[in-house]
Design a protein. Structure first.
Length: 234
């Protein structure tokens, strides 16, 4: 990864003057997935354009997985700005950095999200606000969904369930584990990391009434899919 990052960065800067959206950051993230041994299978049909994906959050691997599949940009907290490499990758990949504790800038942040949707055609949010061990799905925070309530014309809201199967607790990045420790633990695995990305049916009708309803409906869709899969595995 250390060798590839400068090469992809150089290609990005060469490419950038000729196109609004450089493909190289997303190709880098896709390559990261392969280096780590991430094997992705897909279920369901995803929205091809004008997509606002609402996903559960288990690992930093969620980001290269979704970006590689969909070309999506992301909504993330501005704490990532503290790491210059991560900050550059976020900006290069059109990530919207949100100051979660700055309530005075909510209107500006809402406009940032709407603009990113218009610019990139796909945006992903992890409304849990943090990662979890994959065995449960905490309540979704609705604040970041203000940007799509009411849902703009041409935008589809689609829940996405990221399923690492029975190994999710081992893959998850939770608690006080340092990021580098989690990274080294994953790349040291002999077995591949299996991930199934479930693109669930788009939310519609009353499910889009407001941001709180959207948050609840998306979480319930993921919990329902998780329950069905658990029954099948049993």
């Amino acid at each position: 990864m250390a060798l590839l990052l400068p090469a992809f960065a150089a290609l990005h800067f060469v490419w950038r003057p000729f196109t609004e959206h450089s493909p190289w950051p997303r190709l880098f993230l896709r390559t990261v997935s392969r280096i780590v041994g991430l094997r992705i299978s897909v279920r369901g049909e995803r929205v091809e354009s004008g997509a606002f994906f609402i996903a559960n959050h288990v690992s930093w691997l969620d980001i290269p997985a979704i970006s590689g599949l969909t070309g999506s940009a992301f909504v993330a907290h501005d704490g990532l700005s503290a790491n210059p490499v991560l900050h550059w990758l976020c900006r290069a990949n059109d990530t919207v950095l949100i100051a979660r504790h700055d309530r005075t800038s909510v209107a500006r942040q809402v406009e940032q999200v709407r603009q990113a949707l218009r610019d990139t055609g796909a945006l992903t949010v992890f409304p849990e606000g943090t990662t979890n061990d994959g065995t449960h799905v905490p309540p979704f925070k609705s604040s970041l969904l203000s940007a799509i309530a009411p849902v703009p014309n041409g935008i589809s809201v689609q829940p996405v369930w990221l399923d690492y199967g029975r190994g999710s607790e081992e893959i998850a990045w939770v608690g006080t584990e340092p990021g580098i420790a989690n990274y080294l633990r994953l790349v040291a695995r002999r077995e591949p990391v299996e991930l199934t990305v479930h693109f669930l049916p788009e939310l519609a009708g009353d499910e889009l009434a407001d941001r709180k309803v959207i948050a609840v409906a998306a979480r319930e869709a993921i919990l329902s899919a998780k329950s069905r899969e658990g029954d099948n595995r049993a």
